[in-house]
Design a protein around this ligand. Structure first.
Ligand SMILES: [Ca+2]
Ligand SMILES: [Ca+2]
Ligand SMILES: [Ca+2]
Ligand SMILES: [Ca+2]
Length: 91
């Protein structure tokens, strides 16, 4: 569970490297690519384990770190549903 709101810049992420304090092993040091695999934290579906970005079951958790529940073959991650709405004025 995240400490802060992932949509609010810097909330729960003191070093602003895209990793919430709950899973950042060093939330005082900005490491945009924590695991050094070439995929930046914000786009890395497995930010703490160097990975291939493959996601066989499509649950947004990379195969290499999809070890909770049923593992990489069964989708048990929760895909976030985001709806963006804004009021606009047409003149
Ligand atoms: Ca952080
Ligand atoms: Ca960090
Ligand atoms: Ca990475
Ligand atoms: Ca997966």
């Amino acid at each position: 569970m995240n400490v802060g709101n992932p949509r609010v810049k810097g909330e729960g992420d003191a070093d602003e490297d895209g990793l919430d304090a709950a899973c950042d092993p060093n939330d005082f040091e900005n490491n945009p690519d924590q695991d050094g695999d070439g995929y930046l934290n914000r786009d890395d579906i497995c930010p703490l384990v160097p990975s291939t970005q493959k996601d066989v079951d499509g649950d947004q958790i990379g195969d290499e770190c999809d070890t909770v529940g049923h593992g990489p073959d069964v989708a048990d991650g929760k895909v976030p549903l985001v709806i963006q709405a804004a009021e606009i004025t047409i003149k």
